[in-house]
Design a protein around this ligand. Structure first.
Ligand SMILES: O=C(O)CC1=CCC(=O)O1
Length: 254
């Protein structure tokens, strides 16, 4: 079972938050207080990351969605809202497409159905297996935030680099290889949960066009492009992102 933590309002609707590669559940710290006012919040560490087990690879995107289903079962939740960023967003899309009864409303941030060129992910997996996650920490975090924001937040930069560098190399590499072998393009029309796709306007890792395609291809999608935000838009612009997430999850389907 993946490591998880619960907080927020015990009897409110539940929202599950899924991380980007190289991050632990602390990546949602800037969003947590506001989410906890409205929801029961479940955060977890993706397999191979943080406090979760590092089973031997290879992993697939369906292993990640099965981990979520096991977590929902453990918490006795028939369905929940799901919010995922980057690899977490890919997990959310696959889960919503393959297990629609388990996902209420969906938010995907800074992600894509397929992250080309796929060879970059096998290259990164090879590098991390050879030299450890510390070898990629600086370059990964440089893409998480805009240059001006990073310059103004040296302590966050340091903490984020430490978070990436403390991710087990085997777990991180196996997750790179998930992305190298995943194309969710064909899953998008099967995503029926009302979906908000949020892009960082300055995100070079998963540019706004990726989120535009998701919003246009799922059955019921909307797009929000957040200005002055890179890949970890939820941490760089929590003011805009948390408000949009809460509004989407509280929207009435009727
Ligand atoms: O690490 C990156 O470069 C960006 C990224 C892609 C998938 C993910 O989770 O992070």
């Amino acid at each position: 079972m993946i490591a998880h933590t619960l907080s927020g309002r015990a009897h409110a609707p539940t929202v599950v938050l899924a991380n980007s590669m190289g991050a632990t559940w602390e990546m949602w710290d800037a969003n947590l207080e506001e989410l906890e006012e409205h929801f029961r919040v479940v955060r977890f560490d993706t397999r191979g990351h943080g406090r979760s087990p590092v089973p031997p690879g290879p992993y697939t995107i369906d292993d990640l969605t099965d981990d979520i289903v096991d977590l929902l079962d453990e918490l006795r939740l028939e369905r929940a809202h799901f919010v995922g960023l980057s690899l977490g967003g890919m997990t959310g899309l696959r889960l919503a497409a393959r297990k629609p009864s388990r996902v209420d409303r969906l938010v995907v941030l800074c992600t894509g159905a397929r992250l080309d060129p796929l060879s970059q992910w096998t290259d990164r997996a090879d590098l991390v297996r050879a030299k450890g996650t510390a070898a990629v920490a600086e370059s990964v975090v440089r893409r998480w935030f805009t240059p001006s924001w990073l310059a103004e937040h040296p302590q966050v930069r340091k903490e984020c680099e430490e978070m990436v560098a403390s991710t087990p190399a085997d777990g991180y590499a196996a997750c790179c290889e998930i992305i190298a072998t995943t194309d969710l393009t064909g899953d998008l029309p099967d995503v029926t949960a009302p979906t908000l796709a949020i892009a960082g306007g300055d995100d070079l890792a998963t540019p706004p066009g990726q989120l535009e395609r998701i919003a246009a291809s799922v059955a019921n999608g909307k797009l929000l492009v957040v200005p002055d935000a890179a890949h970890l838009a939820s941490a760089e612009r929590p003011d805009v992102v948390t408000r949009a997430v809460v509004a989407h999850l509280q929207e009435d389907d009727g």
